[in-house]
Design a protein around this ligand. Structure first.
Ligand SMILES: Nc1nc2c(ncn2[C@@H]2O[C@H](COP(=O)(O)OP(=O)(O)OP(=O)(O)O)[C@@H](O)[C@H]2O)c(=O)[nH]1
Ligand SMILES: [Mg+2]
Length: 191
């Protein structure tokens, strides 16, 4: 699959995830600053398609992007950004959970974006448990591999894979586009 068309459709703040069409959704979850928006930019090949803020935790809405008129990528606000108030953080997490647990538009898969340097955090682990309980397909995208020396990166990736068990872990760099073919293939398998 080639990504030929990418359009911003809407930003959702409340619980209004309903769409008239029946196109599949793929959700991008992850800690704030892990690089969700950057990964989407790299996938669609446009640097400023999704705003990447220097101040993490700024994205407060779930942004829906329609790809090739055939599926949606949903960029969720990141969870766990320390500088947000606890109330705000809880709100973000609740919103993401509502979408995976109760929304009538179940995503075909949830791509959990993590920073390969950081690995899985407590919140990621919690998120994975809840996603599993709700029978969601999960893919972990270990982003920012360009930041590590190859040997360190391989070690880090095998630790992450070991912990993730049967969940696939894809390596990625939104900066260099390494891993793009693999991620697109994975996306294709769900849509
Ligand atoms: N070196 C490197 N930096 C990256 C990569 N991906 C993202 N970044 C940087 O990491 C920071 C956060 O990226 P974002 O895409 O805004 O992260 P996000 O997960 O969307 O963050 P929130 O919207 O706050 O949830 C930015 O400064 C990016 O330039 C990568 O693959 N390599
Ligand atoms: Mg973002």
């Amino acid at each position: 699959m080639e990504i030929l068309k990418a359009e911003f459709i809407k930003g959702v703040i409340g619980d209004d995830y309903g769409f008239e069409d029946n196109l599949p959704h793929l959700a991008f979850f992850g800690r704030s600053n892990a690089g969700k928006s950057s990964v989407i930019n790299s996938l669609v090949g446009r640097k400023d398609f999704v705003k990447v803020s220097k101040m993490p935790g700024k994205t407060r809405q779930a942004n829906f992007f329609c790809i090739n008129d055939s599926f949606y990528l949903v960029d969720f606000p990141g969870y766990g950004y320390a500088k947000c108030s606890i109330l705000e953080r809880n709100k973000m997490i609740k919103r993401a959970l509502w979408y995976v647990e109760f929304s009538n538009v179940k995503p075909k898969a949830v791509f959990l974006i993590i920073d390969v340097n950081v690995g899985l955090t407590a919140l990621d682990r919690e998120m994975i448990e809840i996603l599993k309980e709700n029978n969601h397909q999960i893919v972990i995208v270990a982003n920012k591999i360009d930041r590590l020396a190859k040997s360190v990166m391989e070690k880090q990736l095998s630790l992450i894979q070991k912990e993730a068990r049967d969940i696939p872990v894809l390596r990625y760099s939104a900066r260099t586009n390494e891993g793009k073919d693999g991620l697109i293939k994975k996306i294709e398998s769900f849509v």
